[in-house]
Write a protein that binds this ligand. Structure first.
Ligand code: ATP
Ligand code: PRP
Length: 210
């Protein structure tokens, strides 16, 4: 008997891209969930149940086993370092993690770095042998160097439009980012057939890097 897969799906920009990929793979899931306030979407016809989560919470649901699998950006996976299996690089929501600053930035005595990713930033600057104070923000990170909260930021860049519009420059790229399919360790064993079948279906339609 096939078992229902509980899937932690990130609300926001990844949802649509992930839903398009599922549909390309022949799994008919809704393209949009924004028009409803429902947080759990039952999809018995495809053997799934979507749990609509804040992107950064996806690995938490999966680690605790309330979701069997989930979709999450590599940025969040690295920052959160949760005990989950990473099964597939889905090749969607491609961007990169970078160090960003004002064009006239020079190293000073007291360096401050603002970011949504304090673990990623601390580790990077430690490896570089740079002593910095890391300030955690939750959004609009580009504001920090513009208004003097920090000298530099560590944040995501996709098109570079946000940087251009705010007069900032990309100084260093830390790593590339795409969304990943993750699984709970126990679910991976208990629902192996269902998870494996999903992986096989998705694998065939993963976009090539451009
Ligand atoms: N500009 C971007 N281009 C492509 N992918 C991005 C971009 N920004 C973020 N991502 C990817 O999408 C994921 C979710 O981003 P999104 O902006 O939807 O959520 P969030 O800002 O973390 O959450 P929320 O706004 O709901 O609190 C990120 O973790 C990253 O992997
Ligand atoms: O290079 P671009 O194409 O301009 O994309 C990069 C921007 O997208 C993300 O912000 P988001 O829209 O998630 O806003 P937030 O950081 O305020 O949540 C990221 O934090 C950058 O600000």
């Amino acid at each position: 008997m096939t078992q229902i897969l509980k899937v932690a799906m990130p609300k926001g920009r990844i949802y649509k891209k992930a839903a398009e990929l599922f549909r390309k793979a022949g799994i008919e899931v809704p393209l949009d969930v924004d028009d409803s306030r429902k947080l759990i979407v039952h999809l018995p016809e495809v053997g799934m149940e979507f749990i609509l989560a804040k992107p950064v919470d996806v690995p938490i649901y999966v680690e605790h086993g309330v979701a069997d699998i989930g979709i999450v950006g590599k940025d969040v996976l690295i920052e959160e370092n949760r005990a989950v299996y990473e099964l597939l690089d889905l090749g969607i929501a491609r961007c990169r993690m970078s160090v960003i600053g004002l064009p006239d930035w020079k190293p000073g005595i007291q360096q401050r770095v603002a970011t949504k990713y304090p673990n990623v930033a601390s580790q990077y600057f430690r490896e570089q042998g740079q002593q910095v104070e890391v300030i955690k923000l939750n959004g609009s990170i580009e504001l920090a160097p513009m208004i003097g909260l920090a000298d530099r930021i560590v944040d995501m860049v996709e098109t570079g439009e946000t940087l251009r519009e705010n007069g900032l420059v990309e100084m260093e790229t830390l790593f590339g980012i795409t969304s990943r399919l993750i699984a709970n360790r126990v679910s991976y064993r208990m629902k192996n057939e269902e998870i494996q079948q999903l992986c096989d279906q998705l694998q065939r339609v993963i976009p090539e890097p451009t």
